[in-house]
Write a protein that binds this ligand. Structure first.
Ligand code: NAP
Length: 284
């Protein structure tokens, strides 16, 4: 069984490839990447695939039995078409199954919602494709927050507009394991899984960071409007607005969802503090 993983040059794609190699061996895994040279280190066959090019995916998915489609990074209006390029190339090549990395979040009500909507449209496209499908809705990755630690330390605080909202974080490491299982086991066909850990508030998150990284940060809750203005000034209109929308969604409960991780993988998702410890080990 040949399994292709798109966006293999990215961090999530690479984690999925790594876990798949453990389950089925490197000869059965193909990485597909827009920039193949960035994925060469993975030690599997790498093929070229830009989501904007149906032709590249027609070639990349030859002889492939199952595809892991990592959701794209472009603006919402482009993503649906990009994902369709992969789904249609899969159908043309006789691929049997697609597993898609979707997202947890509110479809209406905040500045992240347009992105959630594009993910939901791709979910529908897959469900109507005639292929076997499995959909994972990813929680927010914990790693980018931890990579931001130096800034938090400089500022003495974690500041955002999530207030007391709870967020079910996950990690690329946990997701890599989950998607490898969903790709290789038939019992997941036709399922939509929330791939998330336990719900935590920003205050709890701050406390766990203090324990693991020996910091003394506080959590500072600010209004949505203030946080948006700050992020837009720091990151520009598009990303700044999206980040503020993500934290607004957390405030409103959009990320306080029940976890299907154990059903998807056969084991419990690790705790938030343990995800931090795993991340810290990668730094040492
Ligand atoms: N759950 C979360 O917290 C969260 C956070 C951020 C993003 N995401 C979503 O999760 C996805 C994967 O995240 P990640 O951590 O792996 O991000 P990452 O490390 O930044 O990697 C992004 C990947 O997307 C690829 N890519 C971008 N445009 C492409 C295109 N037109 N065609 C093919 N590949 C393209 C990049 O390829 P190159 O190497 O060629 O640039 C790279 O492999 C993202 O794309 C985004 O949809 C989720």
């Amino acid at each position: 069984m040949k399994i292709a993983v798109t966006s293999a040059s990215g961090k999530l794609g690479a984690s999925i490839v790594k876990h798949l190699i453990n389950l089925v061996g490197k000869d059965n895994v193909i990485g597909v990447a827009r920039t193949p040279e960035k994925a060469a280190y993975l030690g599997v066959e790498i093929r070229k695939g830009d989501y904007n090019s149906r032709e590249q995916f027609n070639a990349a998915l030859k002889g492939v039995d199952a595809v892991l489609l990592v959701s794209g990074m472009d603006a919402p209006d482009k993503r649906i078409i990009q994902h369709r390029n992969v789904i249609e190339a899969a159908i043309q090549n006789g691929v049997k199954k697609i597993v898609y990395t979707s997202i947890v979040g509110a479809e209406e009500g905040n500045a992240f919602s347009p992105i959630v909507q594009t993910n939901r449209q791709t979910e529908k496209d897959l469900q109507n494709s005639g292929l076997e499908w499995v959909i994972g809705r990813n929680g927010i990755y914990i790693e980018p927050d931890l990579e931001y630690l130096e800034t938090y330390i400089k500022e003495g605080e974690i500041r955002n507009c999530a207030a007391n909202g709870k967020c079910t974080y996950t990690s690329r490491e946990e997701l890599g394991y989950g998607y490898a299982k969903m790709l290789t086991e038939d019992k997941h066909h036709g399922q939509v899984y929330n791939l998330v850990g336990e719900p935590v508030t920003q205050s709890q998150l701050t406390g766990y960071m203090n324990q693991v990284f020996h910091t003394s940060l506080i959590y500072h809750s600010v209004s949505v409007a203030d946080y948006k203005a700050e992020r837009v000034a720091a990151l520009g209109d598009f990303i700044g607005t999206v980040i503020a929308g993500i934290y607004e969604g957390i405030k409103e409960g959009a990320n306080d969802v029940s976890s299907d991780y154990k059903v998807a993988t056969g084991r419990a998702h690790i705790s938030t503090i343990d995800m931090m410890k795993v991340f810290k080990e990668t730094l040492d």
